[in-house]
Design a protein around this ligand. Structure first.
Ligand code: ADP
Ligand code: MG
Length: 547
């Protein structure tokens, strides 16, 4: 035997073991949940986020806050992932999901303090999460979509999604637009129950008018003006060419050196280049196109020729916009001028340039594909516009969920109270320790109504007690209406949300909580394990010595 220590890993590897690892992770996850908690619900507050380049975002949206914060702690990052998943799967409920995960971990800590082993807690949580899905399915209400009454209901759902998000004044108008847009892309009446891709609806913004002027445009709107003043302002019966190569004097691929020794030589070189541009524009004209959207540049000479031919052109159009226009007008994106022919062109009734305040936009109206739609969000400042845009996305996500599944639940904490009650009843049949875990799970779910109350300045304990007692007496749709600050039947006050927000939030929250609880060893090569919740911003610009 020797006294020499055994070296497993390099010295700078940090290791946190057992309880310390658990507490460290739980603490970080809880801090994330604490951060977003104050934004929950219609009376939630907003956050102002300032980036290293001094860009400002003012938002109430859970996922936006967490994404912008550049969180570094590994467990905290897992919490951010929950929000992202919720955003892509449902489009709303990100704060809820993160908060439930944080509370599940906080409550697990209580059990750890009582010397209950993490595997027992995770088992209990898993049982509870499965049961919760079952209970939620049971409690969900089925609605049909198709007639006028349901349209009103869908509007209410959109409004619930947008409450407290800076879109307050224009909620009515925005919900109307959201419902109309989704009805149109889902194929109108009665054809619900299918996957809707909300990305089919383009959201474009324009600074100038107020939010109330937000409009639903039949067609595509892009944030581009025509490239030359001399081009026509509008083109009827548009034949649209979509090209992803530049209309410019060619830049030789390799660095080429051209020596000219006389003015004549220079002249002939330039004419040669001009000739090739002329040829290109000639080909465009031959194809019959009267509008061009070009993903790359269009140089002065090409602009001049296009304007002479009365062709409307936009340059440096984003790829995503090119694809949307292609889908909307049936045009093909061409990579070579020789491919251009009348069959590859897109069709629209009208392409026109429209000026809103400072912004100049191009509208493509009356597209071949009648499902091409743009929601054009107007607003006074960039911050307002961006926040309204996020609110509209939440609304679109929620209404799309309901059109797809037809399943809704009462909001304002009603569904959470009922779910917690049912989980507690269910836990009675379990063995001692698991029962404790399921009970803690149930109380984590109740964190949603207590936070809604707290954020509105109401007493969370009183609110919870009253909600619970009314649910115990069988009023299962009673929740907190924060417009009136009353505890009442929220279905009647039309505070309704899609079921999927809740199932998805509980699902991913419990998965992450379980995953974090199962960790008893953090081995970190970069010293991350030791870091508390870090904001990455302050690191930007510093040069790391090891690079
Ligand atoms: P999330 O990011 O989780 O969607 P929100 O800030 O959008 O967070 O808040 C959603 C919560 O607010 C839901 O629990 C919903 O039931 C609740 N809520 C929405 N409108 C009302 C209202 N009028 N009264 C009470 N609660 C409401
Ligand atoms: Mg929401």
């Amino acid at each position: 035997m020797t006294d020499k220590p055994i070296v497993l890993m390099p010295e700078d590897v940090q290791r946190i073991l057992g309880k310390d690892a658990q507490r460290n992770n739980i603490m970080a996850a809880r801090m994330v949940s604490e951060i977003v908690k104050t934004t929950l619900g219609p009376k939630g507050m907003d956050k102002m986020l300032v980036s290293p380049t001094n860009d400002i975002i003012i938002t109430n949206d859970g996922v936006t806050i967490l994404e912008e914060m550049q969180i570094e702690h590994p467990a905290a990052k897992m919490m951010v992932e929950i929000a992202k998943t919720q955003e892509t799967e449902v489009g709303d409920g990100t704060t809820t999901a993160v908060m439930i995960a944080g509370k599940l971990l906080e409550n697990a800590e209580k059990l750890l303090d009582k010397k209950i082993h993490p595997t027992v807690i995770t088992k209990g949580y898993r049982i509870a999460a499965d049961k919760a899905q079952e209970i939620l399915m049971d409690l969900a209400l089925k609605i049909t979509t198709g007639n006028k009454e349901d349209e009103a209901l869908l509007k209410q759902i959109a409004m619930t999604a947008m409450t407290g998000k800076g879109a307050e004044d224009a909620k009515e108008r925005l919900s109307e637009i959201i419902v109309q847009a989704l009805k149109q892309i889902s194929g109108g009446e009665n054809s619900g129950r299918k996957k809707i891709d909300i990305n089919d609806i383009k959201i474009e913004t324009s600074k100038g008018k107020g939010i109330k002027n937000t409009e639903l445009v039949q067609g595509v709107v892009i944030d581009k003006e025509k490239v030359s003043y001399d081009m026509p302002c509008s083109v009827k019966n548009s034949k649209i060419a979509l090209i992803d190569f530049p209309l410019e004097i060619k830049n030789p691929e390799i660095d080429t050196k051209i020596s000219v020794t006389s003015p004549e030589q220079l002249h002939s070189f330039v004419t040669e280049e001009e000739r090739s541009i002329k040829e290109m524009i000639e080909k465009v004209k031959l194809s019959g196109a009267n509008v061009i959207f070009c993903q790359k540049g269009i140089d002065d000479f090409a602009q001049y020729l296009l304007a002479k031919e009365r062709i409307y052109a936009c340059r440096r159009v984003a790829r995503s916009d090119m694809e949307k226009i292609s889908k909307a007008t049936g045009g093909k994106i061409i990579s070579n001028i020789d491919e251009l022919n009348p069959f590859e062109l897109g069709n629209a009734d009208l392409v026109e340039e429209v000026r809103h305040g400072e912004d100049v936009l191009t509208y493509i109206r009356g597209c071949e594909n009648p499902k091409a739609l743009t929601i054009l969000v107007h607003g006074g400042t960039d911050h307002v516009i961006e926040e309204v845009k996020r609110a509209v996305r939440d609304g679109l996500g929620d209404v799309a969920c309901v059109i797809e599944s037809g399943l809704v639940v009462p909001g304002g904490g009603a569904i959470e109270i009922e779910l917690a009650k049912k989980l507690r009843e269910f836990s009675q049949g379990l063995s001692g320790r698991e029962q404790l875990a399921v009970e803690e799970f149930a109380s984590a779910i109740e964190f949603v109504p207590t936070t809604l109350a707290e954020n509105a300045g109401l007493d969370p304990i009183d609110t919870l007690t009253e909600l619970k007692s009314r649910h115990d007496s069988g009023e299962r749709n009673v929740g907190l209406n924060l417009f009136t600050n009353k505890i009442e039947n929220v279905l009647e006050s039309k505070i309704i949300e899609p079921l999927k927000i809740k199932t998805q939030a509980i699902n991913s929250a419990s998965e992450v909580a379980i995953m974090i609880l199962r960790i008893d060893d953090i081995i970190s090569a970069t010293g991350h394990g030791n870091k508390s919740l870090g904001m990455g911003n302050n690191q930007i610009g510093k040069i790391r010595p090891d690079y």
